[in-house]
Design a protein around this ligand. Structure first.
Ligand SMILES: Cc1c2[nH]c(c1CCC(=O)O)Cc1[nH]c(c(CCC(=O)O)c1C)Cc1[nH]c(c(CCC(=O)O)c1C)Cc1[nH]c(c(C)c1CCC(=O)O)C2
Length: 343
């Protein structure tokens, strides 16, 4: 395997000095690029995920077209519940639908901790092809959902702003919830380990809904499982934990041994740094909606963010996924401002 030509992301994760701040954008693969939308009209979502050539084309697009410093695998967090035996559909404009959600202990009998090489081999094939296609241009990020976020979809059966049914399940049937969370954790560890073996240089755990929990419940239903995943992987690759809205747990998340912590725009960089300590890299935290502003305003806000984080142990990113309606030149302005910035 050829050495990486652009190693900024991994240097920042290791806490090394970088010549400038690296940048990538959550959900950069898919969603907003016109060339992706063309592919979306031709192939179904799971066809795009399961065909290594298509997944590769989509993964590399933002590197070619926007100039980000890392590629993130094109796939979805919901391939894990699918591999565990639960039906997952993605409905155009509606989002995910799991028609037979988990509601009781009895329902756990319908799912398994699968052999990931059997059920998710298409992901590993895609990673190998992406790695070859990138040819060392930028590092490749693998990912999975955090167990709590996966439970949210497995129980609620669809997207939600509150995931109240999923939370109710945790509070009403905690033993069943913990059994399910452990099954997801075991699957996720095997899955991410294999992603790393297949070429992922680092992996990110997306806990999109962990911040819906109180600090006490976040520890109980989310963080203790994230901790297991980080512990199992951190000696083979750097791990980034992004728990949207869970800024209250930055100190505990830093103590997991993660190399990077994603933060959203709800916390000032300086306070995040105070809470997380000096031994972890912070990633974020531009408000994705701010990319809808006129370009001069984007440039101003991006520079303010860079100044607030400072030059060390920062990966510039959004505080959540890029919005589908962001014009490409606005995303490019964000990336170019970061690349040109001198601390
Ligand atoms: C909660 C969550 C999901 N998926 C994901 C999360 C965590 C991050 C976050 O909070 O945004 C993560 C994800 N989903 C997808 C990626 C691939 C890489 C990337 O986009 O950079 C990643 C990293 C592709 C996708 N996953 C999905 C699409 C849209 C389907 C399409 O384009 O046809 C894409 C490109 C479908 C999906 N998948 C999910 C939802 C809610 C939806 C529908 C709405 C949407 O977010 O677009 C679940």
């Amino acid at each position: 395997m050829s050495a990486l030509k652009n190693n900024l992301l991994l240097q920042a994760l290791r806490g090394e000095k970088t010549s400038r701040t690296p940048v990538w954008m959550m959900r950069q693969a898919g969603r907003f690029l016109p060339d992706y939308i063309k592919l979306r009209d031709k192939y179904s979502f799971f066809e795009r995920c399961q065909t290594p050539e298509l997944a590769t084309e989509i993964t590399v697009m933002p590197v070619d077209q926007v100039g980000v410093d890392a590629a993130i695998l094109f796939s979805d967090i919901l391939v894990v519940p699918q591999a565990m035996g639960l039906e997952v559909q993605l409905i155009e404009k509606l989002g995910p639908l799991l028609p037979h959600p988990i509601k009781t202990a009895e329902d756990l009998k319908r799912i398994q901790v699968p052999d990931v090489n059997d059920r998710l081999s298409y992901v590993f094939e895609a990673l190998q092809l992406i790695k070859k296609t990138l040819n060392g241009r930028v590092p490749l990020i693998g990912f999975a959902g955090a167990p709590f976020t996966i439970l949210c979809y497995m129980v609620q059966g669809k997207g939600s702003k509150t995931f109240d049914e999923a939370k109710g399940f945790c509070f009403q049937q905690p033993a069943v919830a913990h059994a399910l969370l452990q099954m997801i954790t075991d699957t996720t560890i095997a899955y991410l380990r294999e992603q790393i073996r297949s070429g992922a240089d680092t992996v990110q755990i997306f806990d999109s809904w962990g911040g819906l929990l109180s600090p006490h419940d976040f520890e109980n239903f989310s963080l203790q499982y994230i901790r297991q995943i980080v512990a199992a992987l951190k000696d083979i690759a750097p791990v980034i934990v992004f728990a949207k809205g869970a800024w209250f747990a930055l100190e505990e998340m830093a103590a997991t041994g993660a190399s990077g912590l994603g933060i959203d725009w709800g916390i000032k960089p300086q306070l995040a740094r105070q809470m997380a300590g000096s031994q972890v890299t912070l990633q974020g935290n531009f408000d994705p909606a701010n990319l809808l502003a006129p370009i001069p305003e984007i440039e101003k806000a991006t520079k303010r963010m860079l100044q607030e984080f400072g030059p060390h142990r920062h990966i510039a990113n959004l505080g959540h996924g890029i919005l589908p309606n962001v014009p490409v030149d606005h995303a490019r302005a964000f990336v170019e401002t970061i690349k040109a910035y001198q601390h």
